[in-house]
Design a binder for this molecule. Structure first.
Ligand code: DAH
Length: 340
């Protein structure tokens, strides 16, 4: 028996000699100390040992088991320690290294103009309301005094989704939705995307507009002109002048088109303003009585003005962009120039 014990001790020493991982150590441990391991087998064989020899044999075997267990646990501690050190080494972080910089984006000129407009007009007490991009015929046209057979419908090439549903051609639709739910006095700004079947250097099938509406007692065209002067100075600079030209929109009466003095030549006439010294920036007018009526506002008590401008157009003028397509291509070389 002593020989067997010596042999097992030798085998234990031999098999753990080159072990470096706790996983393989565990496997080897099972070979000796597991249920069917060599030492356990020896212990099972005690049954066959004559009773008088059992106590001394038992002692020997217990000592062997203890020796083996201790051997494995001290080895295990060593190996685990080494493994942990290795892991720390691999995962080491140098907190003094400078961080990698994430490339910084910039706001799109459209967003810049939209935000600036919102900031200018909220300073004048306007609130923002955004209507849906899919509109029905009523809000986009009929309620804006443009019934089905009205020739003004031809001013805007419309994308129809069904007999009644369409992609809104103008943010003016928001005027109606807003007025249906709010009673005057009111001042609202309605930005958003609009859609028309139109495509060239100055037109895109999708573009953005900013609508404004003011309704109160005693509002006149002078209020509109005064507010537009203020707006133009804030967005284009204090030198800028505005002028109103008579125009036609079904939902305003009278209707005007608003020009600003050309920022390029200061009004002398150049290529940008086609020699006129003026550049058209928006449509506006006094809200038509019929529009107030359909929204339940009494036109004998209240009056109002409205205006609508193309955000891309303002961005092109403000930043000197000569082709509207640049605003839709997402070319980062253009966008980078607008970093704050
Ligand atoms: N909705 C018009 C368009 O898209 C622009 C416009 C003109 C809006 C006059 C207005 C307005 O609110 O009063 O061409």
């Amino acid at each position: 028996m002593q020989d067997k014990i010596n042999e097992i001790e030798r085998q234990v020493d031999e098999s753990v000699k080159d072990v470096t991982s706790s996983k393989s150590l565990q496997e080897i441990k099972l070979k000796f100390l597991g249920k069917t391991g060599k030492i356990s087998e020896l212990m099972k064989n005690m049954r066959d040992v004559p009773p008088e020899q059992r106590p001394s044999m038992g002692k020997l075997l217990n000592a062997l088991r203890q020796w083996t267990e201790e051997k494995f646990s001290s080895l295990e501690a060593l190996i685990k320690d080494a493994e942990l050190k290795k892991k720390y080494e691999i995962e080491k972080i140098d907190v003094t290294l400078p961080a990698k910089r994430a490339p910084e984006g910039a706001y799109h000129p459209n967003t810049l103009v939209r935000n600036e407009l919102i900031s200018i007009f909220s300073g004048m007490g306007f609130e923002v309301f955004e209507g849906p991009e899919i509109e029905n015929d009523y809000y986009n046209f009929t309620a804006l005094n443009t019934p089905a057979d009205h020739p003004a419908r031809d001013m805007q090439d419309t994308f129809y989704l069904s007999q009644d549903l369409l992609l809104r051609t103008q943010t003016s639709a928001g005027q109606i939705r807003y007025m249906e739910n709010k009673k005057p006095p009111l001042k609202v700004l309605s930005p958003g995307k609009v859609y028309r079947s139109d495509d060239d250097a100055t037109h895109s099938p999708m573009f953005s507009q900013m609508e404004g509406l003011v309704v109160d007692k005693g509002i006149t065209l002078c209020d509109l002109k005064g507010m537009l002067d203020e707006f133009a100075k804030k967005i284009f600079g204090t030198e800028i002048k505005t002028r109103l030209r008579p125009s036609y929109f079904p939902f305003t009466e009278p209707s005007v088109e608003v020009d600003v003095s050309c920022s390029e030549c200061g009004g002398k006439g150049c290529r940008l303003c086609k020699g006129t010294g003026w550049i058209e920036v928006l449509g506006a007018g006094m809200v038509n009585r019929r529009v107030l009526e359909v929204c339940g506002v009494d036109p004998d008590i209240y009056s109002g003005f409205a205006f609508g401008m193309g955000i891309e157009r303002i961005a092109m003028l403000k930043y000197g962009i000569n082709n509207m397509k640049f605003l839709f291509e997402g070319d980062t070389r253009l966008l980078k120039q607008f970093k704050a």
